[in-house]
Design a protein around this ligand. Structure first.
Ligand SMILES: CC(C)(COP(=O)(O)OP(=O)(O)OC[C@H]1O[C@@H](n2cnc3c(N)ncnc32)[C@H](O)[C@@H]1OP(=O)(O)O)[C@@H](O)C(=O)NCCC(=O)NCCS
Length: 192
């Protein structure tokens, strides 16, 4: 079957979602349009994933999707102090996840690239992060109160809420400028 032309598309969309169309804004409309596109072919890719401490060689590829490279990861790697950046690489090449560990007992910057979530990789990164903290005897992290998925993951792994905090970082505002935004967060801790 070929791709629908713009002539077909309103008909397809109108058939599938007539009641909601009128309430959709431009962005939602775009998403709906993308979902309505027929799949042209489908295949299953096999990838091997390894987790290991990052080197500065990993940073260029990481910087294509992680905003933490220049402000946090590079200075830490270059300082050679007790902080370790763990990266998960697909097929020993491209980084698809990371977690940052301060050997004094802090875990931060746990991220799995969107297309690779819900397959156990976040848990595997946490396993390795915690194994680096056995000597410290505990792991502490902060998670935004609105981040229900991550909180569920941490609680399932034995983290408990021990306090509250407000994390502040810059985000793009509607007018394109960057502004500092407060993010109310839980402090969570696990004894190791
Ligand atoms: C939080 C985050 C790191 C989790 O990574 P992840 O790889 O999806 O984590 P996991 O796959 O180990 O676990 C996530 C869910 O997938 C489920 N899962 C794990 N392995 C699975 C598998 N093989 N098949 C299906 N589901 C699976 C888990 O049970 C868990 O389910 P839940 O949502 O009901 O709790 C990821 O969602 C992310 O990067 N989010 C954006 C950044 C972020 O919020 N980071 C946390 C900052 S504190």
């Amino acid at each position: 079957m070929g791709l629908p032309t713009s002539k077909h598309l309103p008909f397809v969309m109108g058939t599938v979602y007539p009641p909601v169309l009128c309430r959709l804004n431009g962005k939602a409309m775009e998403r709906l349009r993308a979902e309505c596109m027929p799949v042209m072919s489908a295949m299953r890719l096999a990838i091997d994933v390894d987790i290991r401490p990052a080197t500065t060689q990993d940073l260029r590829a990481l910087a294509t999707w992680s905003g933490q490279v220049e402000p946090v990861f590079r200075p830490a790697l270059e300082s050679g102090d007790e902080r370790v950046l763990l990266v998960a690489r697909a097929n020993q090449r491209f980084p698809i996840g990371h977690v940052f560990v301060d050997r004094r007992g802090i875990i931060s910057h746990l991220v799995v690239l969107a297309g690779f979530r819900d397959q156990g990789l976040g848990s595997a990164l946490l396993d390795e992060a915690e194994s680096l903290l056995r000597d410290a005897g505990h792991a502490t992290l902060m998670v935004e109160k609105t981040n229900e998925g991550a909180i569920r993951l941490y609680e399932r792994r034995g983290y408990v809420r021990t306090g509250e905090s407000v994390e502040t970082w810059t985000e793009p505002a509607a007018d394109g400028t960057m502004e500092l935004i407060d993010h109310p967060s839980w402090v969570m801790r696990k004894e190791l």
